[in-house]
Design a binder for this molecule. Structure first.
Ligand SMILES: Nc1ncnc2c1ncn2[C@@H]1O[C@H](COP(=O)(O)OP(=O)(O)OP(=O)(O)O)[C@@H](O)[C@H]1O
Ligand SMILES: CC(=O)N[C@H]1[C@@H]2OC[C@@H](O2)[C@@H](O)[C@@H]1O[C@H](C)C(=O)O
Length: 370
């Protein structure tokens, strides 16, 4: 089927949209993709929502207003892509992520976005709510992309690690026999973006300028590296804000702008190196996707922290900016066919589990563009 995957990640930078032909198990063809950046007001309001989400009722007017604007941006992204599709995969914006490992029914993960309104406007069925069933079953609810990574790497030498550096970092290790181990590595661009915004007023540390001009602070780094998350065995996943308090307590906020950025970059890379200790066998190489691969300071720190080659996803012909959106096209097809989204090795769910919901299935199908 022809799918369009939509992902708005923890960086809050905008919506990625990508066209993929897939049956959910194999990828037939990748098509065009694009990013529709959020306007500064939506970005600011979503960032505020993250801080408030723990206390917000689902009918809070500010929340509903943000949700409507967010859904409109997603519809615009699909309309801009102007391609025919049979199904849309709509991740929504995560505003809270608090799974409780191994305790079915206790955790919570919250993605906002009005899937029914999107389906009505685009007149295409929409798959959404990809994480709830997994969390309800005692899984982490994240990461979800590993099953897509596994489909992608069929012809590549394994074991292999695919690293996504978004607001949070997540890794998929794929063994020679296809074994999957996946989890969030630690904070990636999230705290760095917040830091750069305070220091320079820009949305992120463009081209790693701040970080490259500074030096990591050994004492702060040492305290951060003692965080129990790094040594904890997978499955594990993070909320975008999970490390904020620890970073403050470690003294990161007292550093000068350049050294602070260098420290955050080095911490992200060291967290990835700590993640590698949880793999059964070292990977032959690391393929890096997500906006963090555009940060030379981060790529340099990773190359220093990892003994294996670290390469941008483009070296094997992938589009490192579109990968997550493409994943949600494939995951949407898996929802449609009732295939599992999550596995014991990815979210810690006890057995492979299907998930997601479909809306707009019974409305007349018309193409987005004749
Ligand atoms: N030229 C650049 N220099 C430095 N950093 C960059 C550059 N381009 C992008 N980034 C970083 O990449 C981030 C966006 O990454 P990406 O779009 O992969 O995140 P996301 O999909 O929102 O997050 P997640 O994967 O956690 O859901 C920006 O916020 C910024 O930190
Ligand atoms: C709860 C949530 O939205 N988690 C995101 C976030 O961003 C990166 C990392 O943390 C990852 O676990 C996940 O996204 C990707 C798409 C995933 O689920 O695979």
């Amino acid at each position: 089927m022809r799918t369009i995957g939509l992902m708005s990640g923890t960086s809050l930078d905008g919506v990625d949209a990508a066209w993929v032909e897939t049956d959910g198990e194999r990828i037939g063809r990748f098509g065009p993709s694009l990013t529709l950046p959020y306007d500064p007001a939506l970005r600011r309001d979503l960032r505020r929502l993250l801080d408030m989400a723990g206390e917000l009722p689902a009918d809070d007017p500010f929340l509903l207003d943000c949700e409507q604007r967010l859904t409109e941006r997603h519809a615009e992204a699909v309309e801009k892509l102007a391609l025919e599709a049979d199904l849309i995969g709509f991740h929504g914006q995560t505003i809270l992520h608090r799974p409780v490992a191994g305790k079915p029914g206790e955790g919570r993960t919250w993605q906002i976005g009005d899937a029914a309104a999107l389906a009505r406007r685009l007149r295409v069925p929409v798959a959404h709510d990809f994480r709830s069933a997994d969390v309800a079953a005692g899984g982490q609810g994240a990461p979800l992309v590993p099953v897509f990574h596994a489909a992608l790497v069929q012809d590549l030498p394994r074991p292999l690690a695919v690293l996504n550096l978004g607001g949070v970092g997540n890794v998929t290790w794929i063994g020679e026999d296809g074994q999957l181990i996946a989890f969030d590595t630690g904070p990636a661009n999230g705290p760095l973006d917040d830091w750069a915004r305070r220091a320079t007023g820009e949305d992120y540390d463009r081209d790693g300028r701040l970080a490259l001009a500074g030096l990591p602070d050994g004492a702060v780094l040492g305290r951060m590296l003692a965080h129990p998350y790094l040594a904890a065995p997978p499955p594990k996943s993070l909320d975008r804000l999970d490390f904020d308090r620890a970073l403050r307590e470690a003294g990161a906020c007292d550093l000068p702008p350049t050294d602070g950025a260098a420290t955050l970059v080095t911490f992200c890379a060291c967290a990835v190196a700590a993640a590698a200790r949880h793999f059964p066998v070292p990977p032959k190489q690391w393929l890096v996707a997500g906006g963090g691969r555009r940060n030379p300071a981060l790529m340099r720190a990773l190359a220093g922290a990892l003994p294996e080659p670290v390469r941008p996803a483009e070296v094997v012909g992938w589009d490192g900016d579109a990968l997550e959106a493409q994943a949600f096209g494939v995951l949407a097809a898996r929802v449609w066919h009732g295939l599992p989204l999550t596995f014991p090795g990815t979210t810690g769910v006890p057995a492979p589990l299907a998930g997601g919901q479909l809306t707009g299935v019974n409305q007349p199908l018309v193409s987005i563009e004749a």
